[in-house]
Design a protein. Structure first.
Length: 487
């Protein structure tokens, strides 16, 4: 295994502004000296940079990479914020100075990635002590300091992002790509102002150790491999082998192998080194016969009944937003019950839905041009908070249906409910209730054996107006998991 080491301190320090905490809080840097820069090398590194930004960096949302001619930079450096019209610089591949706001409007990268920062009052900026702009993360580098040419010998690598671990991993891979081209790695000190962070030194070229049972390797691959054969293949895959005996092997995982998380990942590399084509295929020793899961029986029965009642099934996204789930449904948002996405890629999908009815209302709002009456239903999963669950959430399978036309009313919804639950041999009751999405006096909670399993009622006029629906509507939503427990 090739070893990479940090050959000393570059003397560069980076100060982070605490106002970046809710914008783009993390940065990590390294200096690589003595790089052999050629036109081909520049193209290769740029291609690697673009690929990591698009994939591992989630189109620059989680991480973005900047490379600079270190000889033109005046340390110490500052990762701070600026107002949209406060700072001007010449962006890469341009010849005129632009404000940050103008870059988002006129530069191709600003147009493509501007949505990552546009909604904040201040934006990230990376500068040196001479007040020269290095970059506008995650949009574009400066044309003065952020251009690598064949004359460049010392390169400053910078990675910013919203995920600390991803930032460190990205820096490691870009830095080592430069080190493989003859560079010497120097560290950079980052001064963080956040309470939960101390000053750190980057890059972190730390290897990891895994101990893997040889019986596990043989069982997974179906090969009777000898310890020395396993050692040879691991070294061919560029792992370090710290020790091997008749029962186990101790593996050192290179610092750049961020994809190796479990022993099975190492076993896969052993199989690749051995050559898949050399592994003789065989029939499974324990053939199994597939069958439907018990949970499918109720799901299919419900779908069959709803289709028989004249409803059309729709499929909608599990992701939604508080506006659709609460405000348009005439309800007050409940922050403690919302399962939000930490780094949403699309502003419309910022949380997971907790009930199905808003999805059907949105579907109807997009189909007002279709002939009435319209009768739609969906069987799908909703996500609710559960403090006792491993990931603090729980999937709940629900059924929702809506009928809308000029004479839609509570009696029609009750007839549908009666046909559905009778077909399942379930006795139910309806108790009057109040709910913001339904008209008072025309809404009820559905109970079976004293347990609340759903809601039924006529949709409130305000909800119809919010979704721009012109006809009355009645709806039902039932928790199928509760029904399944009662069967």
């Amino acid at each position: 295994m090739k070893s990479y080491v940090v050959e000393g301190d570059s003397g560069v320090e980076v100060t982070v502004d605490d106002r970046l905490w809710k914008i783009r809080p993390y940065i990590a840097c390294a200096v690589v000296e003595g790089v052999e820069v050629t036109d081909v090398m520049i193209r290769q590194v740029m291609r690697l940079q673009d690929k990591m930004d698009e994939t591992y960096g989630r189109r620059r949302r989680r991480t973005s990479i900047g490379l600079y001619d270190f000889d033109l930079v005046t340390p110490p450096l500052r990762y701070r914020v600026a107002k949209p019209r406060e700072v001007k610089f010449v962006p890469l591949e341009f010849e005129e100075e632009l404000t940050l706001e103008e870059i988002l409007e006129r530069h191709p990268k600003g147009i493509e990635y501007g949505h990552l920062v546009r909604h904040y009052p201040v934006w990230p900026i990376f500068m040196d002590s001479a007040d020269k702009v290095l970059s506008f993360p995650p949009i574009i580098n400066s044309n003065d300091l952020g251009r690598i040419t064949e004359k460049t010998r010392n390169i400053l690598v910078e990675v910013t992002g919203t995920s600390f671990e991803t930032v460190l991993n990205t820096l490691t891979n870009i830095t080592l790509a430069l080190a493989d081209r003859g560079g010497r790695i120097r560290s950079v000190k980052i001064h963080y102002p956040y309470e939960e962070f101390e000053d750190i030194v980057t890059p972190r070229l730390e290897t990891r150790r895994l101990t893997i049972d040889l019986k596990y390797i043989r069982r997974v691959l179906g090969l009777d491999l000898k310890p020395l054969e396993v050692k040879e293949m691991l070294e061919r895959a560029r792992y370090g082998v710290l020790g091997v005996d008749s029962s186990r092997v101790e593996v050192e995982v290179p610092c750049y192998r961020i994809d190796v998380m479990h022993p099975i990942d190492v076993v896969e590399d052993i199989a690749i080194a051995y050559d898949y084509n050399r592994i003789k295929p065989r029939w499974p020793r324990l053939p199994t016969v597939g069958s439907k899961a018990p949970a499918c029986k109720l799901r299919e029965a419900v779908r069959e009944v709803m289709v028989g009642l004249g409803f059309q099934e729709v499929l909608s996204f599990t992701m939604s937003n508080p506006e659709s789930l609460y405000r348009k449904m005439n309800l007050n948002p409940e922050p403690e019950s919302i399962v939000e996405v930490e780094n949403p890629r699309i502003q419309y999908f910022t949380c997971l839905r907790s009930w199905l009815l808003p999805s059907l209302m949105e579907f109807l709002s997009r189909n007002v041009h279709v002939e009435y009456p319209q009768k739609v239903f969906e069987v799908g999963y909703c996500i609710v908070r559960d403090e006792e669950a491993e990931n603090m959430t729980r999937d709940v399978e629900k059924l929702a249906c809506v009928t809308t036309h000029s004479n839609a009313n509570f009696a029609e919804a009750k007839a549908v409910l009666d046909a559905l639950l009778t077909s399942l041999s379930i006795q139910y009751e309806i108790e009057e209730t109040e709910h913001g999405s339904f008209i008072n006096g025309r809404a009820g909670k559905i109970t079976v054996e004293g347990r609340e399993v759903g809601l039924i009622g006529e949709i409130h006029p305000q909800v119809l107006e919010n979704w721009r629906l012109r006809n009355p509507a009645s709806a039902i939503e039932i928790n199928l998991d509760e029904i399944r427990m009662l069967l």
